[in-house]
Design a protein around this ligand. Structure first.
Ligand code: ARG
Length: 457
């Protein structure tokens, strides 16, 4: 353990177990690029404002470039006994360029430094995550296009309700993931303000130019209150929240994949590369990926609660509790990205068993609504028509038959309104493909949805 930056005020070295407990480098070392980028912008600003010499800034920036390159290539390893990534980089800089390195931390504190680093790091992560979600949406829309006329049962209460197309079902998920992208962009835009120059909490007496730093880092502006600048972690909560919603969507999708791939449904078969076997039951092919995605949703929800709970009692401004923010928000991001990256190809490679979908749609009186709609269109009030249709279903169940197999006379015995065209009205394909209302399940509607989603990507 090297001497602490703050050793001046202390008479003893830090206890080594406490050092370990206090240190965050294991978690925050991944922010090294953001830390170095932020420091370079800060050094440039210090020189521009005459707070340090031009030569000092050049030496500092050159030194930081070297550290960045060596960390990238692996020549330089993190010192895991360092307190955090900020202390590590600064110590390494001073090791390399001597006392000039000690000028870097002028008009700055780790409090504003860490807040900046986290924003910059999350900004990159979010933009990569958005690309991954786009890939998933592309897979979904391509599949929806391929199966836009595949009839399957639509469910409510997991009971067969009305026939839909598989493409329509898939496109529901495209909408969810589009909203996820919007949420991430929105959170990222709000996060893209620089807290640097808030210093420890109160600002500084040096003639800094905070907006110059913000601009250099391609941020939209600065945090306008220094206390808020160092103590705000709303952005981490917002991103963790967006991640929790992404996981909820992935988890609902997973649940369906699990059901669909069971023998009870058999609507799909997962590719061998995306399923696993059992150690004892030779016949098994398990949807482990979906189950893991569903399972990991819990930890991402947990990360969100960790952040909210960590923050709720904190007085202004910085408190060490906040060091816990990174592990939680990094875990949500890592988990979501990992899930997205296996989910998209799993979906892409699955086999859709159209016949089983169609067979399932042919059962369960899925056209009962259409019987009621038929009567309604011929003048019977909907409630009355609804009741007649229900009575017909009960009649079929008693007789062990289905609506489309009843004779016209049988239909007529329930209502004089029935004509021969009832068979056309309750034909499964017609029930599906005639639902042409905007956002409905008909092929044209699914095509319109696909075109709209694609244009948004
Ligand atoms: N490792 C710390 C964190 O992640 C950096 C800020 C430390 N500031 C301080 N005053 N101890 O929050």
């Amino acid at each position: 353990m090297s001497e602490k930056m703050w050793a001046g005020r202390f008479k003893k070295q830090l206890d080594s177990e406490v050092n370990d407990f206090n240190s965050s480098i294991r978690v925050d070392c991944r922010m090294y690029k953001s830390d170095i980028g932020g420091s370079m912008a800060h050094a440039a600003m210090l020189a521009r404002q005459g707070i340090i010499g031009e030569e000092d800034a050049e030496a500092i920036i050159g030194g930081l470039e070297g550290i960045l390159a060596d960390l990238d290539s692996g020549v330089l390893e993190f010192d895991m006994t360092a307190e955090d990534i900020h202390m590590f980089v600064e110590a390494e800089l001073t090791k390399r360029i001597g006392d000039t390195g000690k000028k870097l931390h002028t008009a700055r504190s780790r409090n504003d430094q860490v807040a900046l680093d986290l924003r910059l790091y999350l900004r990159d992560q979010v933009s990569e995550m958005i690309e991954e979600i786009k890939t998933l949406i592309t897979v979904i829309t391509d599949k929806a296009e391929a199966y836009k006329a595949t009839v399957m049962p639509g469910y409510t209460h997991l009971q067969r309700a009305q026939p839909i197309t598989f493409g329509h079902h898939l496109m529901a998920y495209a909408q969810m993931f589009l909203r996820d992208i919007e949420r991430l962009r929105d959170a990222s835009d709000r996060m893209n303000f620089s807290p640097l120059g808030s210093c420890a909490l109160a600002g500084t007496t040096y003639p800094t130019d905070r907006r110059f730093v913000a601009e250099k880092l391609q941020m939209q502006g600065i945090c306008e209150n220094s206390l808020d600048g160092v103590s705000d972690r709303d952005f981490a909560v917002e991103i963790a929240n967006a991640c929790a919603l992404i996981m909820m969507h992935l988890s609902r999708f997973s649940e369906e994949i699990i059901l669909w791939s069971s023998w009870e449904f058999k609507f799909i078969e997962l590719d061998d590369a995306y399923s696993t076997g059992s150690s004892i039951m030779p016949q098994k092919k398990n949807p482990d990926i979906s189950e893991l995605v569903r399972g990991k949703t819990g930890r991402v929800y947990g990360d969100l609660i960790t952040l909210l709970t960590m923050l709720k009692g904190l007085p202004l401004a910085y408190n060490k509790d906040m060091q816990e923010d990174k592990e939680a928000v990094f875990d949500s991001i890592d988990t979501v990205r990992q899930c997205l990256n296996v989910f998209a190809p799993m979906l892409d490679t699955m086999t859709v068993i159209e016949k089983n979908m169609l067979d399932a749609a042919a059962k369960g009186f899925i056209n009962a609504t259409d019987v009621a709609d038929y009567l309604t269109k011929k003048g019977t009030p909907f409630r009355t028509a609804y009741k007649i249709s229900g009575t017909l279903v009960a009649h079929c169940i008693d007789k062990g038959t289905v609506l489309e197999k009843l004779s016209l006379d049988e239909f007529k015995s329930f209502s004089e309104v029935f004509e021969a065209d009832i068979y056309d009205a309750i034909n499964l394909e017609n029930c599906t493909f005639r639902r042409k209302s905007e956002g409905g399940t008909a092929v044209e509607s699914v095509e319109a949805q696909i075109a709209s989603v694609r244009s948004k990507l």
